[in-house]
Ligand binder design. Sequence first.
Ligand code: PEP
Length: 258
Amino acid sequence: MKNIVASNLKMNLLSINEREAYLKRLGALLAGKKFTDTEIVLCAPFVHLEGFKKWKNKKVKRGAQNMFFEDKGSFTGEISPVMLKNFDCEYVILGHSERRKYIQESNQDVNLKVISALKNGIKPILCVGEDADQKRDGTDIVVEQLQDCLNGVSKGKIENVIICYEPVWAISSNNPDHLPTTNEVMSARLLIKKFLVAEYGAKITEKVKIIYGGSVAPDNAGTICVDSGMDGALVGKESLTPSSLVKIVEIIDGKPKT
Ligand code: PEP
């Protein structure tokens, strides 16, 4: 199973010029490099999907940061999964904590989107994770999020979902100095695995990628993503610096094979 490093570019790259400069730099850094065990995914703002499609870099797959659950129609301001497909998006980030916080997205909203993405052949990168208060109180939010967001996802489809454990308290914009330990990430991974095994069985669970997100940087990717046994990373802030993103990919691609 390949690792995945997905970049969450968030609401950045404010102009076509900025986007082109970013892609030019990233393209130059990737030239001549071969990553045999890791897929790179750029999750761009919607307005850049066409530019990313035209970039045509074969080493990088495309993704979006959200979508609506209906395919077409009177849903002002929304983006259809069919549109994403037509702009070469193979992945979509769903359930990100910033959407839960600012747009009040519920697990039920996320569930509709997960089902719709899978129906349309797009792989959801499903974000789950506790916030600082839930961590302090020991509230088991991750299992509840998985249960609700994956409701109705069949045994035949679950391997197309990437589960991203993203503790909200460790996201760089929330708390620049806080990182989980390798053991904390490993425990979250085990919890997610246990849930998947109970729902889908051990054999199918082996095919589901579980990745880590939250302040991943070149100097910590080894300890929090590799040593914890994760299958990759979701990278926010550091993905805006192409050289950092490429370094993270190199670290994850070079991880000892199990
Ligand atoms: C994110 O919010 O999805 C994320 C990974 O952010 P950062 O890497 O900046 O913590």
